[in-house]
Write a protein that binds this ligand. Structure first.
Ligand code: NAD
Ligand code: AHE
Ligand code: ZN
Length: 370
């Protein structure tokens, strides 16, 4: 079939909106009509050229929601008409990782996914001239139609609005999951969240759900404060306005150090500060942000010797096919909020405006509605 997509033709260039060819689903695959997709900072990271796995031309986007149009041979868990959220972290329920209780990182298709192709090693997308276009994170939600493996789709309830629950495909689940699944924050905790964007705000909302007593937000952009307060931030720190060193300032503010800290910036210097303001003896720091190719984290080993723990999380530790439908229920039941964080919507033709708003720090989430 022919569909409309925003194609990343090369690093650092705006996406090009064009008609592309999409082959139908092969065995174990599903054709999905994407109804809405968020724009995550990770899409920007890959488009910028900073992603060691970034390849071009590709159709980016990994935060979508849509409807199943057709299923390939052997697909049993989905049928045309089902509402779904694509999963960049699939859940095969069979691999060593899925069978291990301590991880959500299903590896069934990770290798081919990282190469921008389907599990059989080929791409379903091509230009109208027949040149291949790569998939991205196994999702490619910046296309009105896409093909995914069955194990990379969470079936969700049909009354959930696509233009809101698409955000559960990455940002909401990542932020809330980092708190609940990865850190396992206890009631009464003191916490610091670095980066008050589309992920950090969901960390804050997760911390409020978990019953944290103190939720310190750290961001260079004070415009993020009202939204962060709305979601539960108790204290704001702008590093540019702190006259002393940031780490001792935060240790003092949290009365000795935070029980849990979260990096939602992708900046390795911030990751170090996040670790070092965690409480001596027990503080845990969770890395969510994705850092550019070649970047490395550093700290004195003494920080770990003296009881701090450094952890990371992908997709908030969530097992997508199991957990995503539940998070959609939380939203529909009013347990979590999404609507205020979707600050801008646009048609696919204007998707580059979504990236401009992100660069300008003016949006939390931009959502493309097809
Ligand atoms: P965003 O652009 O919406 O927000 C980033 C925020 O960080 C902004 O508010 C910005 O002002 C702030 N910031 C930047 N530099 C800072 C600094 N030095 N100190 C304090 N604040 C600073 O981005 P997002 O969509 O929220 O994504 C955040 C990070 O999380 C990105 O690196 C993204 O790639 C990553 N991410 C990771 C996962 C995962 O599964 N691990 C999932 C989604 C996103
Ligand atoms: N390709 C990058 C790493 C990118 C990365 O860490 N992605 C996260 C999800 S970010 C979503 O917005 C992730 O799921 N990581 C686990 C995985 O298997 O990719 C690089 O540095 O090579
Ligand atoms: Zn994302």
């Amino acid at each position: 079939m022919r569909t409309r997509a925003a194609v990343a033709t090369q690093a650092g260039k705006p996406l090009e909106i064009m008609d592309v060819n999409l082959d139908g689903p092969r065995a174990g695959e599903v054709l999905v009509e994407i109804k809405a997709t968020g724009i995550c900072h990770t899409d920007e990271f890959t488009l910028s050229g900073a992603d060691p796995e970034g390849m071009f031309p590709a159709i980016l986007g990994h935060e979508g929601a849509g409807v199943v149009l057709e299923v390939g041979e052997g697909v049993t868990s989905l049928k045309p008409g089902d509402h779904v959220i694509p999963l960049y972290t699939p859940e095969c329920r069979e691999c060593d990782y899925c069978l291990h209780p301590k991880t959500n990182l299903c590896q069934a298709i990770r290798e081919t996914q990282g190469k921008g192709v389907m599990p059989d090693g080929t791409s379903r997308f091509s230009t109208l001239d027949g040149d291949p276009i790569l998939h991205y994170m196994g999702c490619s939600t910046f296309s009105n139609h896409t093909v995914l493996p069955e194990i990379a789709l969470a079936k969700i309830r049909e009354d959930a609005p696509f233009d809101k629950v698409c955000y559960i495909g990455c940002g909401v689940t990542t932020g809330i999951g980092a708190v609940i699944n990865t850190a396992k924050v206890e009631i009464g905790s003191r916490c610091v969240v670095f980066g008050l964007g589309g992920i950090g705000l969901n960390v804050i909302q997760g911390l409020r759900l978990a019953g944290a007593d103190q939720i310190v937000g750290v961001d260079l952009n004070p415009d993020k404060v009202p939204m962060a307060e709305k979601f539960g931030m108790t204290d704001f720190v702008n590093p540019n306005e702190v006259e002393s060193d940031l780490v001792p300032y935060l240790v003092n503010l949290t009365k000795g150090g935070a029980d849990y800290t979260f990096d939602a910036t992708g900046n390795v210097k911030v990751m170090r500060d996040a670790l070092e303001c965690a409480h001596k003896g027990w503080g845990e720091s969770i890395i969510i942000g994705v850092a550019p190719a070649g970047a490395e984290i550093a700290t004195r080993p003494f920080q770990l010797v003296t009881g701090r723990t450094w952890k990371g999380t992908a997709f908030g530790g969530a097992r997508g096919r199991t957990d995503v439908p539940k998070i959609v229920d939380w939203y529909m039941d009013g347990k979590i909020e999404i609507d205020p964080m979707i600050t801008h919507t646009m048609p696919l033709e204007d998707i580059n405006k979504g990236f401009d708003l992100m660069h300008a720090g003016e949006s939390i989430r931009s959502v493309v509605i097809y």
